[in-house]
Design a protein around this ligand. Structure first.
Ligand SMILES: O=C(CO)[C@@H](O)[C@H](O)COP(=O)(O)O
Ligand SMILES: [Fe+2]
Length: 230
């Protein structure tokens, strides 16, 4: 099991964005989580295609685009063209979820489906065989820097149990309020990919912050690899 850290660009310092992206890559992290908000599906507006296209030329990292937008099918092609490697959209925002997944795959990208904290987990089950990732929101989507909602642990564990029992290769991504204090619990509950904005970009240096995550990842990887003894 190899865990993935997905630093969320939303918390970056945009005056030195290029430098910060290089620092993440230098620390060995090959993923960037890019939150797109439209002011409709969520109250806030973040950034869109021009920013993604601009940073695309600066890095080979996997661009994990998290669309918090209403009716996402309208923009899948645009996000593919500006450099997304994977697109995750919200189940609550799409009328025809299957169609959006198919559109993402037809453009050669990984497809992810996200649910808000109040959406019943079972609603993603019918789509699991087609998906590359499920993104469990551990905060209300819309803003960085919020506190992790503890109810997410049970949802992650339940989804992990379902995925394993059906032998599905889909990955579990968890987004919102993850830091060095709770990352181990998130992984133990069953996450594969941890999104972290504030905990990567704020307080200490990016490289120190990433080192804390890597330490937790290694510990939990060892734990998970251990034979179970009773
Ligand atoms: O999608 C979202 C928020 O809607 C997230 O990706 C946040 O940007 C994560 O930030 P932190 O909670 O880690 O600060
Ligand atoms: Fe996100």
């Amino acid at each position: 099991m190899m865990y993935i850290l997905a630093p969320s660009l939303l918390a970056a310092d945009f005056t030195i964005l290029g430098e910060q992206i290089r620092e993440i890559q230098k620390a060995g992290v090959n993923y960037l989580h890019i939150d797109v908000m439209d002011g409709m599906f969520v109250p806030s507006i973040s950034f869109g295609m021009p920013l993604i296209a601009s940073i695309r030329s600066a890095t080979t990292q996997f661009f994990d685009v998290h669309l918090m937008i209403t009716d996402p099918i309208r923009y899948i092609k645009d996000f593919a063209e500006c450099g997304a490697d994977g697109i995750t959209f919200h189940l609550e925002a799409a009328d025809h979820v299957d169609e959006v997944i198919d559109r993402i795959h037809s453009l050669g990208l990984k497809a992810g489906l996200s649910i808000k904290p109040s959406t019943p987990l079972e609603e993603v089950y019918p789509y699991l065989p087609k998906l590359d990732t499920v993104l469990i929101m551990s905060v209300e989507p819309g803003f960085g820097g919020q506190a992790f909602m503890d109810e997410a642990y049970g949802r992650i564990a339940e989804l992990r149990k379902y995925i394993n029992s059906h032998c599905l290769p889909v990955k579990i991504e968890v987004d919102g309020g993850i830091g060095k204090k709770n990352v181990r619990e998130v992984l133990r509950a069953g996450a594969d990919i941890c999104v972290a904005g504030s905990a990567v970009f704020k307080k200490r240096s990016i490289s120190e912050n990433i080192a804390h995550f890597m330490e937790a990842f290694h510990e939990c990887e060892e734990e998970a690899g251990k034979p179970v003894t009773e």
